[in-house]
Write a protein that binds this ligand. Sequence first.
Ligand SMILES: C[S@@+](CC[C@H](N)C(=O)[O-])C[C@H]1O[C@@H](n2cnc3c(N)ncnc32)[C@H](O)[C@@H]1O
Length: 303
Amino acid sequence: MTKKNNQRILTSTWTESLANNQHPDGKALIAHLRTVHQNNTGFTEKCASSCRDKNGRNSYEWLAEIVPDIDGIRVLDLACGSGPLLKILYDSNKNLRLKGVDMCPEELALAKARLPNGVVDLFELKAQNLTSIDDNSIDVVLCHWALTLMNPITPVLNEVSRVLSSGGRFAALVNGPMNVAPRYSDVHNLIYEYVQSKLPKYGEIDLGDPRIRSTDKLKHLLSESFPDAKITIETSVVSMEGPVVKVAETTAGFFYASFILPPEIHKIMLSKLADLLTTSKQSRDLERQGCFSMPINRIVITK
Ligand SMILES: C[S@@+](CC[C@H](N)C(=O)[O-])C[C@H]1O[C@@H](n2cnc3c(N)ncnc32)[C@H](O)[C@@H]1O
């Protein structure tokens, strides 16, 4: 996007395909995700670490519970981003053997900076081709909020199956059913309406393989790559509360779609979002409180 024109959306080969009514390919998807992450490193954890379930856990902590507290367990964080999950795992047991993989070097740099030297092996790799990870070498593969972005997805699942040891576990945190979290679909629809005013096909075509967003289709897809495995999908809701302006900013920053909006439109969208998320009666923006809730699914596969 140029600074001269405040009304231009963020452009990538992915958004250009949508604008031309074409289906973007996997390369365009990777290029788009890289652009968004280069410009907004660490954005996922800002929202995900603030949203908590009724037991006070955020979604990283919920996913980390899958890892047994046993020295020497080998864990791979697939698409580790800026490394919040690896940090939680390291703090919970310094003798876990941790690896992290991501395709975005800027995110990996943040992950490296937050962890003591040498305690985690980090690799810049695509999840579709985990060349540096040996067969049967991992006891638990975790993937937090990233499976939804991957297309093609089958090579990713096959790579996870290849690197997992027999009896190993794959656990992923993905979007849950929209209707279980109050007002979540209103938030989603509001952000997408603004995005569609600029790029009408955004939504009809979205990031990643659409099957990951549907619990039934996801189960079917997973059973193809893990035919004899036990697969469970649990649903939960996580929420954050606070000054509504901050809640709205953090919420919008969790939706990839919002990053394509030109600054002027982004500002208007944020103000509407703040109205939607308001939970108190104060009229002045700075005093108003707000709440955002989102649905999450935890998938656990035992090989
Ligand atoms: C929403 S962020 C989540 C990051 C981190 N897991 C977290 O929850 O904080 C998605 C991450 O997936 C990575 N990613 C997306 N597609 C990928 C792929 N095909 N291979 C490797 N990394 C990928 C992105 O670079 C980004 O860091």
